[in-house]
Structure formats: structure tokens, C-alpha cells
Ligand binder design. Structure first.
Ligand code: PRP
Ligand code: URA
Length: 209
């Protein structure tokens, strides 16, 4: 596995992911599980965030504590990335949220951008770029290009399921971007869907189709 690429190996994540994958899981449960996995992943991913020392006063005496050194901004790739935001934000309630709207052309699999909006003064923040699916990697790559064009340097991609093709595409173009996935799957099928995967994540989160 490439440097900067981590497949989280956590029993709770595996358990919830098995239910997300099952086609019998309904929209309500799917949406809840995707969000919960987002939260579990956030706990693992934020382990290495920088902290700074600050002096505070407890009811007993002054002491030195640590707080997050940088702002955290969550940036979901629409639509499916939205499904992980609440879970992640429940762990980092002070996080601001940006949005990147991208859809994948069903024929060419090329990403098309239709929206981008970010909090002000985001350049020095830690950005968690969130999209459950890393398939060809085209969408994630386009999103990172957009973030870097805004001057953002500290970017972590957070996804549920990916394949080697998508990981390599993103990693080769942006080796500095940390990639975290809940699972590494086998391959893409002829329609660009992840196998075994979980189907069309956006459609399953929002109940479209
Ligand atoms: C899905 C998914 C990713 C993209 C991954 O979005 O949420 O953004 O496909 O595929 P890639 O790695 O090959 O680019 P989709 O285009 O279906 O849009 P949606 O979330 O609005 O349904
Ligand atoms: N997008 C999805 O929603 N699912 C896949 O398997 C691939 C891309």
C-alpha cells in the first residue's frame, strides 16, 4: 500500500459496512449507517491532528492543556459525501463545512463540476474531503484540484470504499493528500461501479432510483 494511504481496520466499521453493502438495507438505515461510519472514521483519522498548548484555569488551579492547532473544515463531494458529514461533525462540532458539487458522466465516467463554496479563510485549515466512493478516482482528483487552487495545503480524503485504480490515480497526482478508506475492494466493473461495492451511494442515501 502506498505511503499516505490507510485502510481502517476496525471491527465496528467492518460490522456497519457489512450492513451498508447489503442491498436489503433500506434508505433510512443506509443513511444512518453511512453517517455512523463517518463518525468512527473521524475518530481514527483525527488521531494525528496537531495540538497547541494553552493555559487554562480549572476550579483548583492554573494548568496547561492542549487544543486543536488548526481549524477543521469538512468538504463533502455532492451528493454522496453529504451522507458522512453529520457523523464527522458530531465529533468535531466546531468544524466548518464547504461543498463541492461534482457528478460523474455515466458514459465517459468523467467528473463535471457544478458547485463549489467554502468558508472564508480556509487556506490554513485541515480539510477533510469526504466522498464515500473512490472508483476511477476522477471525482476525488478534480475535488483536490479545486481545493489546491484555493491555496489549501492540508487535505485528507475520507471514503468508505475504494479500489486500487482510484487510489493510485489520486495518490500519483497528489501524493501529499492522505487517503483513508474503510475498505479496499476488488475492482471496477464495465460501468465503473466498485465490485463488490455497495451500489450507487448517492441514490441509496437519498432514495433516488
Ligand atoms: C459518485 C460518488 C463519487 C463518484 C466516484 O458520485 O459519490 O463522487 O461517483 O466515482 P469516480 O471515482 O469514478 O469519480 P456520482 O457521480 O454518482 O454523483 P452523486 O453523488 O450525485 O450521485
Ligand atoms: N459511485 C458510486 O456511487 N458507486 C460506485 O460503485 C462507483 C461510483
Amino acid at each position: 500500500m502506498q505511503n499516505n494511504v490507510t485502510i481502517l481496520n476496525h471491527p465496528l466499521i467492518k460490522h456497519k459496512l457489512s450492513m451498508v453493502r447489503a442491498k436489503s438495507t433500506n434508505t433510512k438505515d443506509f443513511r444512518q449507517l453511512v453517517s455512523e461510519i463517518g463518525g468512527l472514521m473521524a475518530y481514527e483519522i483525527t488521531r494525528d491532528l496537531e495540538t497547541t498548548k494553552i493555559e487554562i484555569e480549572t476550579p483548583i488551579q492554573k494548568t496547561v492543556c492542549e487544543q486543536l492547532a488548526k481549524d477543521v473544515v469538512i468538504v463533502p463531494i455532492l451528493r454522496a459525501g453529504l451522507g458522512m458529514v453529520d457523523g464527522i461533525a458530531s465529533l468535531i462540532p466546531t468544524a466548518k463545512i464547504g461543498h463541492i458539487g461534482l457528478y460523474r458522466d455515466e458514459e465517459t465516467l468523467e467528473p463535471h463540476t457544478y458547485y463549489a463554496k467554502f468558508p472564508a479563510n480556509i487556506t490554513e485549515s485541515t480539510v477533510l474531503l469526504v466522498d464515500p466512493m473512490l472508483a476511477t478516482g476522477g471525482s476525488a482528483l478534480a475535488a483536490v484540484d479545486i481545493l489546491k487552487a484555493r491555496g489549501i495545503k492540508d487535505i485528507t480524503f475520507v471514503g468508505l470504499v475504494g479500489v486500487e485504480e482510484g487510489i493510485s490515480k489520486l495518490h500519483n497526482a497528489h501524493p501529499d493528500v492522505k487517503i483513508y478508506l474503510a475498505a479496499l475492494d476488488e475492482k471496477l466493473n464495465e460501468n465503473g461501479y466498485i465490485v463488490p461495492g455497495l451500489g450507487d451511494c448517492g441514490d441509496r442515501i437519498f432514495g433516488t432510483k
